[in-house]
Design a protein around this ligand. Structure first.
Ligand code: SF4
Length: 343
């Protein structure tokens, strides 16, 4: 354990590279804040993740850097780390490169899991738990290894007034009037098609729930996923706003925070919605919900047990039964139960 306040005034947290993992690391970051209340905490992350933390009260500075593509770019980052005068670096990714970077950057105390042959680069190499853990617990355990136990596993985040206002502006321009309640469909998954429930069933479930609950429908996703959003809109006879590719991370936070319900695949936005306290129904198949399931009380997982799950593959090599066996009505039932509990 590192004694809080003992010369640890400047802390560098190297954040995970993906949105979902970054959300799941929030309790660990909050624990670092709770244990080092006087320290200046800088979070080093990729640009596509930075928007999650711009108004986070547990981080003082967000430092965003794209993945270096040359030795020169890599050296520029290590030089900046050296100039930053950090006393402690906490590495949430398991990569060898993240440990090498703070070693070369001469951060005197370097904490991370002793994975990928990097223990010699760390001053505090933490052993991984033997049993399988949820990713929230995995990151939190690392924070606890250097703390005195202060901190709770709260993943909760809040949207700012500006994020909500910008979200409403976009929704209005896409046909959803101000103050109209709406549900969000998130039918994509950057990891690969194995995680995707069919667009027809998203449309059926979204349409049914929207009618029953008096909600509009907004579809989110990346620009690459826009054809999926358009196909769902067609299935819904045009009664949906397709926002795919039109949202920054900050606007997406605002949209999710303003929504009444989220129906989603296993993805980064799923974790964001759960952290924002939005009732979230997630369809799982190829991945392991005990490790990367949405975290929080207002969530429900819909999954059909099949022998090959979890396979963790990007594309299904067989008939995608883990997803085709999940009916639209299974998702509707889960959403009704969730909404009834949290009414
Ligand atoms: S192999 Fe099994 S678990 Fe994996 S995507 Fe295909 S059906 Fe789903």
């Amino acid at each position: 354990m590192l004694a809080p306040g003992k010369g640890l005034n400047r802390i560098l947290i190297r954040g995970p590279n993906w949105v979902g993992d970054s959300v799941l690391a929030i309790p660990a970051m909050k624990a670092v804040r709770a244990n080092f209340p006087e320290a200046e905490i800088t979070l080093l992350v990729r640009p596509w993740v930075a928007g999650l933390f711009t108004s986070a009260p547990f981080i003082d500075k967000v430092w965003s850097e794209p993945r270096p593509t040359s030795l020169g770019e890599w050296s520029a980052i290590t030089s900046a780390i050296r100039r930053g005068g950090f006393d402690l670096a906490i590495l949430l990714p398991n990569s060898f490169e993240s440990a090498l970077m703070v070693f070369v950057g001469r951060v005197p105390k370097r904490v991370g899991y002793g994975t990928n042959g990097r223990s010699w680069l760390l001053t505090h190499a933490v052993e991984r738990a033997r049993e399988s853990q949820h990713q929230v617990d995995y990151y939190f355990r690392l924070a606890m290894a250097i703390a005195d136990g202060a901190g709770t596993q709260s993943i909760e985040i809040q949207a700012t007034r500006e994020e909500r206002a910008n979200a409403r502006k976009l929704l209005k321009s896409e046909g959803i009037p101000e103050d109209a309640p709406f549900l969000v469909l998130n039918p994509g998954a950057a990891y690969g098609s194995a995680k995707r429930w069919s667009e027809e069933r998203f449309a059926r479930a979204g349409g049914t729930l929207a009618r029953e609950m008096g909600l509009r429908v907004a579809i989110v996703g990346s620009v690459m996923e826009r054809p999926i959003g358009e196909a769902i809109r067609t299935e819904l006879n045009g009664n949906a706003a397709v926002l795919s590719g039109k949202t920054s991370l900050e606007v997406l936070i605002g949209i999710l925070a303003e929504s009444s319900l989220m129906i989603t695949n296993d993805s980064g936005p799923m974790h964001m919605a759960a952290a924002l306290g939005v009732p979230t129904v997630a369809v799982f198949g190829s991945t392991d919900e005990t490790v990367t399931g949405p975290y929080g009380a207002r969530t429900k997982i819909v999954k059909h047990d099949v022998e090959c799950s979890p396979c963790m593959l990007r594309e299904c090599p067989i008939d995608h039964r883990c997803m085709t066996l999940v009916e639209a009505e299974d998702v509707c039932r889960a959403a009704r139960e969730l909404m009834a509990v949290h009414a």
